[in-house]
Design a protein around this ligand. Structure first.
Ligand code: MN
Length: 414
């Protein structure tokens, strides 16, 4: 059992000073970047890493150093050009991989370097991929963590495919990794198979067992979205005692992606009444992080993407617009400014009603007289049926037409 724990790692310090603080570990530049269509140049990675730093991300996983010389160089650039967060690289459980991480993270101060060693622990990974028996997996994990600790103070160990691993064996491997000096223990749902109830129960058990022996060790969750449960599972892990969440901007990542950073962070913030934890995030940079990633990868998020989609704070339906004009809390649970939007956005279309039309007309300096209101609304609905969204120029044309029609009526009756 390791006893040289006089110095806590940066993330251990964060959680030790506030047990309700959740460490945000961003893997956009590793798990995200390794998904098809999301490759990034070194310049792109540095740009994204700068926004992640502004956001207040605690740990940035910048790549997989042993994957290619290019990946190693990208990590070196990020670790050398961005300052603040802890920088991390993924590593297989081998000395050569750990050495590659050591080279790649050399530009960062020692206290800001983490190696993230992983090894498959589930029956299918042991038999099909590793061709190793359980006891050999356990011994390999321990040897790799011990070697990693000879090169780094901050070592994270991941039991790959943890949620399809026998619960007792998973706990045994993680405990052995902690005994060997790992400071963060990750129980990833590598294949997006678990449900929130299962995740919460598993973390509760792991926490009881691991923290009895290693109170400072941080349990970490890494969830994939194959069944659309990555965010729910990450939140369930926090409820079960995890104090690190591994997330990505826009939820990019292998296959259906990882838990989305913006969704997990805003769920923890908006529902602090339920979760009772905080992150160190400056959430007003969330939209910028999403847009920067879209820009460098030439991708887009869906209009209806939670938190950062263009529809996240847009309202078209008349009943909703009427409610929003009275009090934005009728239809919004967070302030758009808190995630980086300038404000809510009313889209005028066939679903809009007279309150929203009148409000917009007033805003653009063309208030509508009450006697002309009916004509404007009628003209508006006809036009909206034809073209969909009514922008300001269209609205002015509709008001003009209603005024002309009214003037003609006056002339006729004169
Ligand atoms: Mn993953």
């Amino acid at each position: 059992m390791m006893t040289d724990r006089v110095c806590r790692t940066r993330t251990e310090q964060i959680v030790a000073s506030d047990p309700n603080r959740v460490v945000v570990f961003d893997t956009t530049l590793r798990d995200g970047e390794q998904a098809p269509g999301f490759s990034m140049s070194a310049e792109a990675k540095v740009r994204v890493a700068r926004v992640l730093r502004d956001l207040g991300v605690d740990v940035i996983e910048a790549g997989f150093a042993a994957a290619s010389p290019g990946d190693e160089e990208c990590i070196r650039r990020v670790a050398g050009e961005v300052e603040g967060p802890v920088f991390c690289s993924l590593s297989r459980a081998s000395e050569a991989d750990i050495d590659a991480v050591h080279r790649a993270l050399a530009p960062a101060p020692r206290s800001h370097r983490r190696v993230h060693v992983f090894l498959g622990t589930s029956p299918i990974h042991r038999s099909a991929k590793l061709k190793m028996r359980a006891n050999a997996v356990l011994a390999t994990a321990v040897r790799a963590v011990e070697y990693a600790r000879s090169r780094f103070d901050d070592v994270e160990f991941s039991a790959e495919d943890a949620f399809r691993t026998e619960p007792e064996f998973l706990a045994e491997v993680l405990e052995a990794a902690a005994d060997a000096g790992a400071r963060t223990l990750n129980a990833p749902d590598t294949v997006g198979y678990a449900t929130p109830e299962e995740v919460k129960a598993r973390f509760r058990k792991l926490s009881a067992r691991i923290h009895a022996r290693h109170p400072d060790v941080i349990l970490s969750a890494h969830n994939h979205d194959d069944l659309g449960m990555a965010v729910a599972n990450s939140l369930a892990a926090v409820e079960g005692g995890a104090r690190q969440v591994e997330v990505t901007v826009n939820g990019i990542g292998e296959r259906a992606g990882n838990a989305s950073l913006e969704e997990v962070v805003m769920a923890l913030k908006v529902r602090v009444d339920r979760f009772g934890v905080s992150t160190g995030m400056e959430t007003r940079h969330l939209l910028r992080a999403s847009r920067t990633l879209c820009e460098v990868t030439e991708t887009a998020v869906a209009r209806n993407k939670a938190v950062v989609g263009v529809n996240a704070f847009a309202h078209e339906a008349g009943i909703h617009q009427h409610g929003m004009l009275a009090d934005s809390r009728t239809y919004e649970i967070m302030r758009p400014q808190d995630v980086g939007f300038e404000g809510s956005w009313f889209v005028l279309g066939k679903h809009s009603g007279r309150h929203a039309i009148a409000k917009r007309a007033e805003t653009i300096g063309r208030p509508i007289d009450s006697e002309r209101m009916a004509a404007v609304v009628s003209g508006f609905k006809q036009r909206a049926d034809q073209i969909g969204e009514i922008d300001d120029a269209e609205l002015i044309a509709i008001i003009d037409q209603a005024e002309r029609a009214a003037d003609q009526k006056v002339l006729r009756y004169a």
